[in-house]
Design a protein around this ligand. Structure first.
Ligand SMILES: [Zn+2]
Length: 175
């Protein structure tokens, strides 16, 4: 699988086409020892709603996190399935969450702003690499929309536990 094609790329979990990029997530590689034959679907697209309700989601996310830990000497901070990796360029970093299907490159300064936005709990808008992230909050969850050139590219929902984990991992990375 390479680029996402709206209405053409298929979700490997339900087999149906995915209409928009914002509904889609891309799964990381997982080890065959952990997920069996399904491992061949690493880097494939899924509907986020299919992924979120998939019984093997946690197993997959943990397997992907183990692979990443083993393969990378660039891990700045990590907790369970959430990591900050050193970026390819000086002063850049990559936020990875194998459960929420996120890989986002940003500057260290942007990472600090993201951490403060998550801590503040009131939401807001921030620049993240080539994207604008809009953070909105409700009582028990947080939604992040990633926009580029007026188009909604991705949408993630964070539980309170996700928010706290991200805050800890980001804080460790930017200190
Ligand atoms: Zn699906």
């Amino acid at each position: 699988m390479s680029f996402f094609l709206p209405g053409k790329s298929r979700c490997f979990l339900c087999g149906n086409a995915i209409a928009t990029r914002a509904e889609a997530g891309r799964v990381p590689y997982a080890a065959p020892d952990d997920v069996g034959d399904d491992a061949k679907y690493g880097r494939s697209f899924v509907h986020r709603r299919c992924w979120d309700s998939w019984p093997n989601r946690a197993r997959w996310a943990q397997s992907a996190a183990r692979l990443l830990r083993r393969a990378s000497d660039r891990i700045v901070s990590d907790e369970e399935t959430t990591f900050v990796l050193e970026g390819a360029r000086t002063g850049s970093a990559m936020l990875v969450d194998t459960g929420l299907l996120i890989e986002a490159e940003m500057s260290t300064a942007e990472m600090g702003v993201l951490r403060d936005t998550l801590l503040g709990g009131e939401g807001g808008e921030l620049a993240v690499g080539a994207y604008r992230w809009q953070v909105t909050t409700t009582a028990d969850a947080m939604t992040i929309e990633s926009w580029q050139d007026g188009e909604l590219v991705e949408r993630w929902s964070l539980t309170e536990a996700d928010r706290q984990r991200w805050t800890r991992v980001l804080s460790a990375a930017v200190r």
